[in-house]
Design a protein around this ligand. Sequence first.
Ligand code: PLP
Length: 377
Amino acid sequence: MKSLITIRRADWYRSVQAIDGRSGATVQLAGREVINFASNDYLGLAGDERLIGAAVAATQEFGTGSTGSRLLSGHRELHRELEQAIAALKQTEDALVFSSGYLANVGAIASLVGKRDLILSDQYNHSSLKNGAILSGATVIEYAHCQVKELQAILLQQRPNYRRCLILTDSVFSMDGDLCPLPALLDLADEFSCMLLVDEAHATGVMGQTGAGCVEHFGCTGRNLIQIGTLSKALGSLGGYVAGSATLIDYLRNRAPSWIYTTALSPADTAAALAAISIVKEEPQRRVQLWKNIDYLKKLLYKLPNLKLLPSESPILCFQLPSAAEALQISQGLQAAGIFAPAIRPPTVPTSRMRISLMATHQAIHIERLVEGMGNG
Ligand SMILES: *Cc1c(COP(=O)(O)O)cnc(C)c1O
């Protein structure tokens, strides 16, 4: 394949790395223990005994597979319990669980708009939002990252030409770690009669007083929103969800192909996510510790004057690097020093970077070793 050769030449080539054993603040990588700064398991729940216990118990009771789609033979009471727990966490009327966050985005977007409609999408949005937009058949216009003024100008010019309009945004941007200007986006959506879909994948369990996400962080709870999220990051399981009005959820149950025509979430994943949501509620100290760790790393950055930190208000901290080769070199240097942190390269992002994600279960010494390792890179 010619294009594969081009990918290699540009230092864009990717391959997988196997992790052994249970995932946590440290993991076994290629036979040795490394400190893990590459995980989305922000609260350290993926290896928690209570989640494992819930998954095992659900498997014993219901078996491994859910054996069908939700509308046919796949539905269990456990799914409904999880949906009610998500709606309670997000303070929305209802919620619907999908087999992944990716499928939740694709399904919701493609159901809500079509050919006669307009999608306005932040240029740094996650791949699932972008592909959902393409699949919907709507006209898609990207606006510059977080540029509300530009979005407003597009709305003034284009909104009258379309039936419905849907604005799409990540809440915590997954490859940058900054936040969308949610209150301003909501005001524009109201002013121009648009729907606003916000992807809380990296915010659920992490942002806001109760861990409900950026919507809570910005004081926008209860406003007219379509909220998407995943069960596979801070909630340590697998699956995705849409949370919003009862009408929206009822509509998606009848319309979203990626919910209707796919097998229901497994009993194990469902039960693990349910256990995670009660831990998010009952153990706010995990979130407090995560934010202490973020502050500690930021405090130590004076030791790395040559590294440029991109704007971040989340556990995702990115250091911009001049080239893909340099990003790879630093990542490999860190790995040799016992630190696992990925280089993120085009086409995932426009400019190469080191991407660090912090967990509640990291210890001070882990963070100190990271700073030391990056200083020697
Ligand atoms: C990870 C992620 C998704 C996909 O969620 P999965 O459950 O892993 O499919 C969607 N949106 C954003 C912003 C993400 O970071």
